[in-house]
Design a protein around this ligand. Sequence first.
Ligand code: UD1
Length: 346
Amino acid sequence: MDEKKKIIVTGGAGYIGSHTVVALIENGYEPIVIDDFRNSQKAVVANLEKITGQKLSVHAIDCCNEEAVRNLFASEKPMGIIHFAAYKAVGESVENPLMYYQNNLQSLVVLLKMVKEFKVETFVFSSSCTVYGEPKGAISVDEGFPIAKAFSPYGQTKIICEQIIEDFHKSHPEGKMICLRYFNPVGAHESALIGEYPIGKPNNLLPFITQTAIGKREILTIFGKDYDTPDGTCIRDYIHVCDLAEAHVRSIAFLEKQNRGLLDAVNVGTGKGTSVKEMVDTFEEATGVELKHQFGPRRQGDVPAIYANNEKMQRVLGFTPQKTIRDSITSAWNWEKYIHENESSK
Ligand code: UD1
C-alpha cells in the first residue's frame, strides 16, 4: 500500500491552517497538525474530522518548544512542512512587540532546524503582502516589488522571517522552499463548520461585517471615504480561504517535483481589487440582510489601494483562484450564522 506523504501543518487548527488541512486530505496527503490552541478552538478538530471523514493526527505542542517539536519529527518523519503558527493581530503587536518577535521568529527557527536535521524535503511559509508596505506608484504588486519597512511589529516579523528563510537557504541550498504572500484571506468552508474565529473584537473587514449583520456589533464604520479610488473607499484583494488553502497544496506538489533546491516567493491573491463599499453592497445584495454602516475617518496606516499581480502563481503553481467575492461573502455569512447558533445553544 502507498504510504501517504506526511505534511506537518503548524497552526493547523487556525483559520487558514484548518482549510489547508482539508485541502491536503482531499489531495491525498496526510496532515499532521501541531497546534497548542492558544488562538484556536478545540472544536475545530472534531469539525475537521466531520468534513474529511478521517481521524486527524493533532499534537498540542508550542512550536517554540524545540525538544517537543524534535520528538514529533523523529517519530513522524514528514516530507513537508506548512508553517502557519504565528501571532497576527496588528494592534496587539504594537502593544506587545516582544511577544510577537519571540513567538513568530523563534518558532520559525525551530522548524528550520528540523528541516535540516530531518532532511525535510519541502517547506511552505505563511507570509503576507504586508511585506510590500505601501508600494509607491503602483496598486498591482508583483513579487519583484522591494520589501518595505512594515507598519507594525507583526508585519516586521513577516519581513524578518522571509529574511531568515533566505539566509537559511544559502546555508542549506538543497531545501525546496516557498514563501506565500497572502493578500486578504476571507470566507469559510462551504460546510460552514470551519472559518475565521476572531478572538475579541475583529480587526479585519469581513468578520466585522458579518458580526455587525448578526447583531454582535452595533455598526460598521467604513474607514475613510475620500481616498483617490473610484468610490473613495480603500481597495483590497480578497481571496477565498479555500483558494488560498489550495495554493498551499499546489506549492507542496510543485516543490516535490523539483529535482534541486530552490527558494521562491509567490503572491496569493485574485488579481482583482474590491473596495470596502463594494464589499458592503455585495454583502447586502448576496444575503438580503441590511448592514448598518457609517463613514468614519481614515484608519492610520491604511494603504489606499493594493491588489496582487498573481501571474507568477498561475505560471509557477499552475493555479488560478476559482471563487468569487460573492462566494466569499456568502460562506462567511453562513459561518457567522453557524457560530451564532452554537453560541446561543450553549
Ligand atoms: C490588515 C493589516 C495587515 C494584515 C491583514 C491581515 C492593518 C493596517 N493592516 O490589512 O497588516 O496583514 O489585515 O488580514 O491593520 N475596514 C473598514 N472598517 C472596519 C475594518 C476594516 O473600513 O471596521 C477597511 C480597512 O480600512 C481596509 C479594508 O477594510 O481598507 C480591509 O481591512 P482589513 O481587513 O483590516 O485588512 P488590511 O487593512 O488589508
